[in-house]
Every structure is written in C-alpha cells, then in structure tokens.
Write a protein that binds this ligand. Structure first.
Ligand code: PLP
Length: 401
C-alpha cells in the first residue's frame, strides 16, 4: 500500500482545468475562452516584439544568471514602482514605497498575504463578489480570513455600488479591502472615477487598508497612466496601501512569472522595515525570484525607444480586444430576436466579458457548442477572433433562451 493512500484526488482548477478539457476536445469548431491570455486574430499566442528585442539585448550583453538578491532586480524594482505610481509621485520621492519583486501577480499577492498573516493577526481581507478565483485560494493558504463585499448586480449586469459601499463600511476597522485596479476580473465592470473617490472616502473614514491587485495595467484602456489612476488617487490622499503588480498580460510574460508587491507606508522608515520583513518571508518560500522576466521589464521600461514601442503594442492588443467586443455585441444584437439589451457587453472593459450565463447555461456552451469558458459565465475576449464572433453569438443566444 502507498504511504500516500490518505491523499485524496484534488479537483481540477476551475480556470486552468478549462484548458485541459479544451485540449481533449477534437471538434474543429472548439473555442477556448477560459484562460485570460492574449491571442492574435489567428488565435495564436503572441510574443511582443519589444520582448524579443529586450531578449536580444540580453544575449548581446552576455548577461549572466547569478542569483538575484531576495528583493529581486534593483533596476526592475525601480521601474515597476515608477510605472505604477508615476516617477514624480511623492511616495517614490519620499522613499515610502517598499517594492519587492514577486512571482508575478499571484506570488506577489501571496507574499502580501503572508505579511498580513504575520503582522496583522486576525485582520480580514474583503474581496469582491465575485472575484478572480485564485484570490480565495491565496488567502486560505496564507490563513488570512476573508469575506466578500457586494460588487456585481445580476439585474443590471453592472456594479452594485450601494451594496459595495455598505459592505465596505461595515468591515471591522483595520481590515484590508482588495480592489482590482482596473479591468475587474471576472466582470469587466470598473467603478467610475467618481465612484473611486467615494470608495476612497469610505476606506479613509473607516480606517481600512486598501489592497490593490493590478494585473492589467495598460491592457484595459491601452494607457498605462489611465489604468493606474485608481491606485494613484488613493496614494494622492496620503493613504497607506498595498499593490500587487503583474506583467503576465500587458507584456505577455505569463510564464516568466514577473510582478511585484509594493507597500506604501506613511514614512520611509516604516517602508524600510516592511521591506525587510517581505524579504524575510520570501527567503524560506522561494529564496529569490527569477531574473529573466525582470530584465525584460527593466530593459523595456528603462529604454525610451522600447518603452514607446511597448505602448504601441499594448494599444494594438487592447484595440483588438475592443474590436472583438464590438463585433460580439453587434452579432448578439442583430441575431437575438428576444429584445434583450446586450449593451452591457460594450460597457465592460479589459480582457473579459461577463455574459450573465449561469452554470447550466455555461455548461451548454461547452457541451453543445464546444465553447470552453469558466462556469461563472466569464468569457475571455482575448481568445476570440472577429471571424468567430457570429458563431459565439449563436452559442450564447442558444444557451440563454
Ligand atoms: N489578479 C487577477 C485579477 C488576475 O486576473 C490575474 C491573472 O489572471 C492575476 C492576478 C495573476 O496572474 P499572474 O500570477 O499570472 O500574474
């Protein structure tokens, strides 16, 4: 008998499991709208030209593969905080940001969760309902208690702003409030600038700590600055905050696992102490982070020509997704004779569309139409081409009615 007899089979991951099921399907019409990864119009993975150029530079320079310090590549940490807050932001000038390179968005969130668990015992993290599925896993594994605040309103397929504010207001003092910096996953519904101000008011009044997850900077609107405006608004109020960053989507560096955790404190002294503890938490978990992605980001952001090229490529990616979004809306509106208002598809932003399809309807999408998606009704528009919009609209209308 195996000594591992007591280990039960784990369920497949609800997001990554979708790709496995997609691979096993032999139908030629199949479409993978599960995982949030950018595809070209031909539905092929895409490596950005600026990434290839940065990698060529690294080869030419003969960069070595020595260990990084625990906190990561200094040149990366510098540019990543500047990209997030803006280089002239007082939080940077006053050295109030503790930045540590992380294993992409997930690893950075996990490190922040470990910091909360250790230095804010019993503090709760409020997460939106719904949210990216891995948030719950991350806080569960870090033994950080969490609860949900209202976010999505199924009646309007929009934001339940009143519910959100009420639930944040009711949170115990000292709780962390996890906010999606832009392009909320899975709903694609973001607060308006006025609503962000109100959210900041409540967080400030109730003595809560904002905790941003920024996985789509530049990818939502096509503008790096516009997509960081929520975070900058909070920083401008002098609030202390935590921000996790990811370069998976905006630089297409999914497998390089490059991101960062930034903790803004009210003093440079506190920031230095926080940074020392983040390093102490990282050391026994993974020792030090990988160098390749960090160098790519440092080269791209640190070089004005490459930086501009990146912005152009990002606009191209965001633009393709916007085109697909429009075409899907047009197809749904012209094909559906029920009079249903599909305009919510256009109001959503980022990589995803939250269709409002329930679990059974989402299963119909997969079982009958070979459209692979998460069971919460989310589809990744980054995995859709203009050519497939009509087919997808047929599948959605059939599943709805
Ligand atoms: N946070 C959100 C909201 C996401 O959607 C994702 C990826 O889908 C991530 C974080 C982290 O992704 P990664 O770990 O690849 O950076």
């Amino acid at each position: 008998a195996s000594r591992f007899e007591g280990v039960p089979m784990a369920p497949p991951d609800p997001i990554l499991g979708v790709s496995e099921a997609f691979k096993a399907d032999t139908n030629g019409l199949k479409l993978n709208l599960g995982v949030g990864a950018y595809r070209t119009e031909e539905l092929q993975p895409y490596v950005l030209d600026v990434v290839k150029k940065a990698e060529n530079l690294m080869l030419e320079r003969g960069n070595n593969k020595e260990y990084l310090p625990i906190e990561g590549l200094a040149a990366f940490n510098k540019v990543t905080a500047e990209l997030l807050f803006g280089a002239d932001n007082p939080v940077i000038k006053q050295q109030r940001v503790a930045t540590v390179q992380g294993l992409s968005g997930t690893g950075s969130l996990r490190l922040a969760a470990a910091l909360i668990e250790r230095y804010f015992p019993g503090a709760k993290v409020l997460i939106s309902s719904p949210t990216w599925g891995n948030h719950k896993n991350i806080f569960n594994d870090a033994r950080v208690p969490w609860s949900e605040y209202r976010y999505y309103d199924p009646k309007t397929v929009g934001l339940d702003f009143e519910g959100m504010i009420a639930d944040i207001k009711a949170a115990p003092e000292g709780s962390f409030v996890l906010l999606h910096g832009c392009a909320h996953n899975p709903t694609g519904i973001d607060p308006t600038p006025e609503q962000w101000e109100k959210i900041a008011d409540v967080i400030q009044q109730e003595n809560l700590i904002p905790f941003f997850d920024v996985a789509y900077q530049g990818f939502a609107s096509g503008s790096l600055d516009a997509d960081a405006s929520s975070v900058r608004l909070f920083a401008a109020r002098g609030l202390e905050l935590v921000v996790a960053q990811s370069y998976s989507k905006n630089l297409g560096l999914y497998a390089e696992r490059i991101g960062a955790i930034n903790v803004v404190s009210s003093s440079a002294d506190a920031a230095a102490r926080v940074k020392s503890q983040l390093k102490r938490l990282a050391r026994p978990m993974y020792s030090n982070p990988p160098i390749h992605g960090a160098r790519i980001v440092a080269n791209v952001v640190g070089d004005p020509a490459l930086f501009n090229e990146w912005k152009a490529e990002m606009e191209l990616m965001a633009g393709r997704i916007k085109n697909v979004r429009q075409k899907l809306y047009d197809s749904l509106s012209s094909k559906d004779k029920s009079g249903k208002d599909w305009s919510f598809v256009l109001k959503q932003i980022g990589m995803f569309s939250f269709t409002g399809l329930n679990k059974a309807q989402s299963e119909n999408m997969t079982n009958k139409w070979h459209v692979y998606m998460t069971k919460d009704g989310r589809i990744s528009l980054a995995g859709l081409s203009l050519a497939k919009c009509e087919y997808l609209a047929d599948a959605i209308i059939d599943s709805y009615h």
